[in-house]
Design a binder for this molecule. Structure first.
Ligand code: ADP
Ligand code: MG
Length: 230
């Protein structure tokens, strides 16, 4: 098993006027290929900042992120855009599905943007919906789906361009406990059956039992990393 994500002494200092807010203060983390890692910690501890930097949505003030051995900071503009659209899949708390598109059309969207032909993207989108347990829901619109189902459509969409790494920022934050569990088990299945690597930020300690390890952040540092499975 290789290392998919390595962060080396990652710092992020936000400046607002003359005031500096250190959101990350030297984060060293290694995430193995095919691992389901939970990131927990109090609000403001730097969880979202960490995920955004790993995903190339934000830049660190200091330190490095390596993904599959490649330094993200060394990527040019186009390479970074390619990294974000092909290598990483993002899942957020609010599903951000397009309301006037059906489930299958929502999943197809990133493939359409990437230039995948109509037939290929339709069949792949249907397969992805099956993978997240929504085979019968392809033609439903978001308003006809429960929160948990919408989030699973968002997970299928995140997988559209076959990323090996999925970054999920409080994906169950808006869900009732049984939907939260279903969404977490969906990630578990992706890791076990597809070998995808998942990093999931959560406030819900109960859900971390489905993960392989739990990294706890506090004040921008990794306070502990615990193995819970395997
Ligand atoms: P978490 O996701 O763990 O709640 P965040 O990563 O969102 O924490 O934020 C970590 C810290 O960085 C917080 O103190 C937050 O207020 C600060 N922060 C986050 N984003 C910004 C920003 N764009 N400008 C200034 N401060 C920010
Ligand atoms: Mg956050």
């Amino acid at each position: 098993m290789g290392e998919v994500v390595v962060t080396e002494d990652l710092w992020k200092v936000y400046r607002v006027g003359r005031v500096e807010y250190p959101a990350l203060r030297g984060v060293n983390l290694v995430v193995e290929e095919g691992e389901f890692l939970a990131v927990v910690g109090p609000s403001g501890s730097g969880k979202s900042t960490l995920l955004h930097i790993i995903g190339g949505l934000d830049k660190p003030t200091r330190g490095e992120v390596l993904v599959d051995g490649v330094r993200i900071s060394g990527l040019g503009r186009n390479e970074l855009a390619e990294y974000r659209s092909k290598k990483v899949g993002f899942v957020f708390q609010f599903y951000n599905l397009i309301p006037y598109l059906t489930a299958v059309e929502n999943v197809e969207l990133p493939m359409a943007i990437a230039g995948v032909g109509r037939e290929v993207r339709r069949s792949r989108a249907l397969e992805l919906l099956k993978l997240v347990g929504l085979a019968g829901m392809a033609l439903k619109r978001p308003t006809e789906l429960s929160g948990g189902e919408q989030q699973r459509v968002a997970i299928a969409r995140a997988l559209a361009n076959e990323p090996r790494l999925v970054l999920a920022d409080e994906p169950t934050g808006n869900l009732d406990s049984s939907s939260a569990k279903a969404v977490t088990k969906t990630f578990r299945g992706l890791v076990d059956e597809e070998g995808v690597t998942v990093i999931m930020v959560t406030h819900n300690i109960e859900l971390t039992k489905h993960c392989d390890r739990v990294a706890k952040l506090r004040d921008g540092r990794v306070e502990s990393v615990m193995r819970v499975r395997g």
